[in-house]
Design a protein around this ligand. Structure first.
Ligand SMILES: [Zn+2]
Ligand SMILES: [Zn+2]
Length: 243
């Protein structure tokens, strides 16, 4: 059972409540209602069972909102080329880098960018690494599986390069495919790379950019909501031509 204080910490961590601001019953109810709305739960403004179990899901470390409101991130990747490299590997699953490459290729097929792997971190725009949950650039302690960053002026982790695409290698188990208790690398990499292209969290359950997932789950194809939102960010992309 998730404690009330844990739910409130979650609402702060993912942008529904401002840390340090005095809380009233009204502000908490509003934050709960916004969270429920974004996760497509029945909107009650109450700490009900649906809300407690939603808070218990494993998820992405990027915020859903800022001060309770949907993030206004409208930065596509700013140059025509995006180079990524690999750093510290995954200790559970040897072929994890290949799974990330497949996820990157899925996006590369629909964005108007040249996306390529380079060998040295010094030449990379994005560095893919498995890190301890207590990650210095963005804590993944708890239910957080991974994090990335947004491009350009929309950054939230670092304005510098290489940008992070970091997976938690101490509190989650990684695998290839749907395995109980473990997480499919390609599924999570596909979600995180969406952030690096400028996408925020979507509200449609079952889409790639939905923030929460369970173990034993595979989603390796872009969904209509992902394509539609990518098409807004890159009006010249091919995402709207394929359905
Ligand atoms: Zn995310
Ligand atoms: Zn990190």
């Amino acid at each position: 059972m998730t404690e009330d204080s844990e739910v409130l910490r979650y609402l702060e961590r993912f942008g529904y409540l401002s840390p340090g601001r005095e809380r009233t019953d009204d502000s908490t109810a509003l934050a709960l209602a916004r969270f429920q709305g974004r996760l497509n739960l029945p909107v009650t403004g109450l700490l009900d069972e649906n809300t407690r179990s939603a808070v218990d899901f494993d998820r992405c470390g990027m915020v859903d909102a800022s001060d309770g409101l949907a993030l206004k991130v409208s930065c596509p990747w700013g140059s025509g080329e995006l180079r990524y490299a690999f750093g510290t590997p995954c200790h559970d699953y040897e072929e994890a880098f290949d799974a990330v490459e497949r996820a990157v290729a899925t996006w590369a097929a629909v964005v108007p960018l040249v996306v390529k792997r380079v060998e040295n971190a010094a030449d990379a725009d994005v560095l893919v690494e498995w890190r301890p949950a207590d990650d210095p650039d963005h804590s993944m302690v708890g239910k957080v599986l991974a994090h990335a960053d947004f491009p350009g002026q929309c950054w939230s982790i670092t304005p510098d390069r290489p940008k992070p695409l970091h997976f938690d290698d101490s509190e989650h188990i990684w695998c290839d495919g749907a395995i109980r208790g473990a997480f499919d690398v390609e599924t999570v990499a596909l979600h995180e790379f969406g952030h690096l292209l400028g996408l925020t969290h979507g509200t449609v359950a079952g889409s790639v950019m939905y923030p929460a997932i369970s173990s034993h789950y595979v989603l390796r194809e872009l969904q209509p909501d992902d394509r539609e939102r990518l098409g807004v960010l890159y009006p010249w992309s091919t995402s709207s031509e394929e359905s």
